[in-house]
Every structure is written in structure tokens, then in C-alpha cells.
Design a protein around this ligand. Structure first.
Ligand code: SAH
Length: 215
């Protein structure tokens, strides 16, 4: 089934919901959201909410994907880091905005599926603890975290920002939290949000991550 008319209707809703970055709207009008979902969920791709993708994780709702990308206020041809690849959909939206993307996911199975769905997009998918970022590819013109940090903005990520670049990251607990934007040492609160937790592996390299990856 061709879902392109549903995709256009989604972007029209997004613009009524305050998304006004033309690059983001154009990009979301082209990226096939259904391609990033398990086949059983594809008919729900444009329903407006988060969608299950396996491993207890979700693809974020269209509005939050659009809002997070818009909130980074990226320059053209930006180099972007995403933490929490999940389905790969948000990474595809970023790439369709003209960005070069590195994205980090702690579940190897999700990373592998995302890598396949992202064929043809300028996105490198890595498996690991996204708290650590991608120091070998820093500095970034924008960093977006798509899982909830528990107490503070991950300091390693702040260190990987180019001057003037923004880190957009939810901080809070499972009851909810707020989306923060850190730029040039200042922090702004943007909106109340709910996300799956950003998991910090206690003993990286000593079994914690490997066990999860083999899930
Ligand atoms: N951007 C995604 C949303 C994914 S949900 C999309 O468009 O589909 C958040 C993802 O963050 C989950 O897949 C979860 O496994 C991942 N995650 C949680 N903690 C992480 C960590 N420390 N490092 C990397 N990924 C993490």
C-alpha cells in the first residue's frame, strides 16, 4: 500500500502543531516512516503516536521527532550525532534534512534492523553506550538524544558540541521529564516530554552490554 497521502497529511498536521522549519517538514514528507517499523505495525505508521519496534522500545511520535530536529537549529550540511537509533526513523529524517549522521544504539538487534532500513541514507549506525558519544567524529553541529537521561545532561556529549551547536536531550524520570537544550553553556527548558530511559551500562566491556546485545 502506498502511504504517501498519509505522509503528506501527517506533515500538514505537524505544521498546525507548530512545526515551522521547512527542511523538517519537507524531509518528513519524503521519508517513508512505515519502512522503519516491523511489518505488523506498518499500517499504524501515520497515527500520530509512538510505535513499538521490539526490545521494549518505541519509535517516537512524529511531532517529537520533528520538534527535536527543529530544536537543534542546524546549519546546512550539518554533522549530527543521535543517541538512541531505535528504528532509525529520526536518523533518516536528519539525513533527509541534509545532515551527515552518526547514530548510537545499545541494542545490537535494533541497530542491525535500523542499518538495513537506512540503506541509501548518509547515516552511520554504531552499537554502544551513547552516553559516550562518538569522540572520533566530534565536534558536532548538533546532538540529539532520543531517550530520557536520569539526572543531568551527559557531560561527554556536551564536550562533543561545536561552538554554537545545541544538545537537545530529555532529562527526568519515568513519570516524565523535560526536553532541555544546551548551547554555549546555557540550558533552556523547551517542553514536557515522556521517553524510554537512557540506560547507563554499569560495567561497559565487562558483560553488561554484551548480555543486552545478545538479548
Ligand atoms: N530515535 C528513535 C527513537 C528510539 S527510542 C527512532 O526514531 O525510532 C530510544 C532508543 O534509545 C531505544 O532504541 C533504546 O534502546 C536506546 N538507548 C537507550 N539507552 C541508550 C544508550 N545508553 N545508548 C544508546 N542507545 C540507548
Amino acid at each position: 500500500m502506498d502511504q504517501s497521502s498519509e505522509r503528506i497529511a501527517m506533515t500538514e498536521r505537524l505544521s498546525h502543531q507548530g512545526i515551522n522549519d521547512a527542511r523538517v517538514l519537507r524531509s518528513m514528507a519524503t521519508v517513508p516512516r512505515e519502512r522503519f517499523l516491523p511489518s505488523s505495525e506498518r499500517s499504524h505508521a501515520y497515527e500520530g503516536g509512538p510505535q513499538p519496534i521490539g526490545e521494549g522500545q518505541t519509535m517516537s511520535a512524529p511531532w517529537i521527532v520533528a520538534f527535536q530536529v527543529q530544536a537543534m537549529q542546524l546549519p546546512d550540511h550539518a554533522r549530527v550525532l543521535e543517541v538512541g537509533t531505535g528504528s532509525g526513523y529520526a536518523a533518516a529524517v536528519l539525513a533527509a534534512c541534509g545532515a551527515t549522521v552518526v547514530t548510537v544504539e545499545r541494542h545490537a538487534a535494533l541497530a542491525e534492523r535500523a542499518r538495513e532500513a537506512l540503506a541509501g541514507y548518509d547515516v552511520e549506525v554504531r552499537v554502544g553506550d551513547g552516553h559516550l558519544g562518538a569522540p572520533d567524529r566530534a565536534p558536532f553541529d548538533g546532538i540529539v538524544v532520543t531517550a530520557m537521561a536520569d539526572a543531568e545532561l551527559p557531560p561527554e556529549l556536551v564536550d562533543q558540541l561545536a561552538p554554537g551547536a545545541a544538545l537537545v536531550c530529555p532529562v527526568g524520570g519515568q513519570g516524565g521529564g523535560e526536553l532541555l537544550r544546551h548551547r554555549d553553556g546555557r540550558v533552556e527548558r523547551l517542553v514536557d516530554v515522556q521517553f524510554v530511559p537512557l540506560v547507563r551500562d554499569e560495567h561497559p566491556g565487562r558483560g553488561g552490554r554484551t548480555r543486552t546485545d545478545r538479548g
